[in-house]
Design a protein around this ligand. Structure first.
Ligand SMILES: [Zn+2]
Length: 216
């Protein structure tokens, strides 16, 4: 009971993902956090999550922590889980989610501020939308909810949880002026969803800055 014997496999996956996101330029100044769900027999441990304040460029599996449903670390070392752990735990209460990834890209920070009043960003017409689970065409509309930012993580998770779409597929959300959260049924799906949304955010930013370069 507690931390599974093969915990290092999960910790390696989380650490690899954190370094991958850092190489993409999505994790400046020790920001961002990443987690995968642990198997049911690991209870009361819920997930493996990156520790707070670690440079993601060099993050190793020894900086990944098992936490319980209250966010308490279970590894017995001095590391603290990410400050945004309550958001990860709120998402793991959605039973189909196997991994949660959170980035701080420039495109996400900029566009989330511009869309805060509207409450969402809409994407359509992009081939890469097909990278999202259940989407098989470009000519559809996918909405990414935008929520206000807060340093009160308990308030933030209780604000967001009832506002996430239940009927429509929902892959992630933006926090205004802050960054992007995405998830998937497993880590591979979550990474693909992250790449899709970061790509779409960059496209949207380019279009708003330069247009579609018609006639260029
Ligand atoms: Zn953050």
């Amino acid at each position: 009971m507690g931390i599974p014997e093969n915990f290092k496999l999960y910790a390696d996956q989380v650490a690899d993902t954190a370094r991958w996101a850092a190489r993409k330029g999505w994790a400046p100044a020790t920001s961002t956090n990443y987690s995968v769900r642990l198997p049911p027999d690991a209870a009361p441990a819920i997930c493996a999550i990156t520790a707070s304040g670690i440079d993601k460029d060099h993050l190793g599996s020894d900086s990944v922590i098992a936490i319980d449903g209250e966010g308490h670390p279970m590894n017995g070392n001095r590391l603290r889980p990410s400050a945004e752990t309550p958001l990860h735990l709120m998402l793991y209460r959605r039973t189909h989610i196997g991994a949660v990834l959170h980035t701080h890209s420039i495109a996400g920070a900029l566009l989330s501020r511009s869309a805060e009043a509207t409450g969402y960003l809409a994407f359509s017409g992009w081939e890469l939308l097909k990278g999202l689970e259940g989407i098989d065409r470009h000519d559809c509309e996918v909405r990414l909810p935008v929520f206000p930012n807060s340093q009160d993580m308990a308030w933030l998770s209780s604000h967001i949880e009832p506002r996430l779409p239940q009927a429509d597929p929902c892959y992630g959300f933006l926090l205004a002026g802050h960054g992007l959260y995405v998830w998937g049924t497993n880590l591979a799906d979550a990474k693909r969803h992250l790449e899709v949304f970061e790509y779409l955010l960059q496209c949207e930013r380019e279009v708003r800055t330069h247009g579609y370069l018609a006639g260029a």
